[in-house]
Design a protein around this ligand. Structure first.
Ligand SMILES: Nc1ncnc2c1ncn2[C@@H]1O[C@H](COP(=O)(O)OP(=O)(O)OP(=O)(O)O)[C@@H](O)[C@H]1O
Ligand SMILES: [Mg+2]
Length: 334
């Protein structure tokens, strides 16, 4: 296999070996919520996609876009050997990031020259086979310019790998919350473009997919960027089919990422598409302020972006609040 550069503009992730210590990965969020009633689907049971991929009437109801199922393109299957070759045996220099699921490598298929991102399930990790199956199912059925494209997967023996289109600029987190010191902050129009693209991705999941899909994991590290800063939502392992008919919500174990998860869902375990809208609001606030949803390196009152926002509004008055934000965060002359 010929040599090719594995490093890209988000190479720093490789040296950082993944997640920023300030952000916590997706997963179960501790909650006082009562368990879902027995008649509801009992989620988080590894390997049981049909249960999770049902609506709360228990009907196996795959999401469609209303454009005909025949438009769905099945993901390809790869052998472990093919993916090992594409990533030079998962060499360190090909590592572009790491999350709760495992490590992400840049790879290239020799035959076609196609460059891909290969995510390898960490068998000791927090997330597992269930998220793998949900991801494959969801991304095989859902297609939109603002959702990352799943090229294929590998389920060879106990190996579980996902193969995605490669997003050369990495995640929004890399550029907004974790930029290298020599990198200029994202300009305002790019921030708004990213917000718009994320909103379009969500709109597709909520309003075009039938039944609606609740993403449950909207956060800056799951918004990936192509070379022109077009944004795509990624990581559908926690996605759930939304309520159908007269149901206002689906009940589920509380999953997501602390700081982005809607408080009413966290309290009750009752999930609606509005839970995603809340997370979108948190990302929007991150885009405006350049601050993390949760940042434990800051003073107590500033650690939670949302509470700090409310605190600042009370301190400086709602009229001056936005100006204060700009001054503090974008270092712009206002
Ligand atoms: N398709 C891709 N193309 C390029 N880089 C990617 C791709 N998918 C992921 N990455 C890189 O790998 C990093 C880790 O991604 P991953 O989804 O595994 O974890 P995360 O989103 O940071 O955390 P979590 O496990 O909580 O979702 C991302 O921040 C991004 O930099
Ligand atoms: Mg992710």
């Amino acid at each position: 296999m010929s040599c090719f550069p594995c490093f890209s503009s988000h190479d720093k992730k490789a040296s950082k070996k993944g997640k920023n210590s300030n952000s916590s990965g997706s997963g179960p969020i501790p909650t006082a919520a009562p368990p879902p009633p027995r008649s509801q689907p009992q989620p988080e049971n590894p390997g049981k996609i049909p249960t999770e991929a049902t609506n709360n009437k228990g009907v196996n109801n795959k999401p469609t876009t209303g454009e005909g199922d025949n438009k769905n393109i099945a993901a390809q299957t790869f052998t472990f050997r093919e993916l090992a070759t594409a990533t030079k045996n998962f060499r360190q220099e090909c590592l572009v990031g790491e999350g709760g699921f495992g490590r992400v490598y840049k790879g290239r298929f020799e035959k076609t020259g196609q460059v891909v991102a290969v995510k390898q399930l960490d068998r000791n990790g927090l997330q597992g086979n269930r998220e793998f199956l949900v991801e494959v199912l969801m991304l095989s059925l859902l297609h939109h310019p603002n959702l990352v494209n799943l090229i294929g997967y590998c389920a060879d023996g106990d190996q579980r790998l996902l193969v995605y289109e490669y997003m050369p600029l990495g995640s929004l987190e890399d550029h907004l919350l974790d930029p290298p010191s020599d990198q200029a902050p994202l300009d305002w129009s790019t921030r708004m473009k990213i917000a718009l693209h994320a909103a379009r991705g969500l709109e597709y999941l909520h309003d075009k997919a039938n039944p609606p899909v609740i993403y449950r994991d909207l956060k800056s590290s799951n918004i990936l960027l192509d070379k022109e800063f077009n944004a795509k939502l990624s990581d559908f392992g926690l996605a759930k089919l939304g309520p159908t008919g007269d149901n206002s919500h689906v009940s589920s174990r509380v999953m997501g990422t602390y700081g982005y998860c809607a408080p009413e869902y966290q309290r009750s375990g009752q999930l609606t598409v509005k839970s995603d809208v809340y997370s979108f609001g948190v990302v929007l606030l991150e885009l405006i302020t350049g601050r993390r949803a949760i940042d434990t390196t800051r003073r107590n009152e500033e650690q939670n972006l949302l509470s700090w926002n409310q605190y600042s509004r009370n301190q400086v008055g709602s009229q001056n609040w936005l100006i204060q934000f700009f001054k503090e965060t974008l270092n712009q002359k206002v």
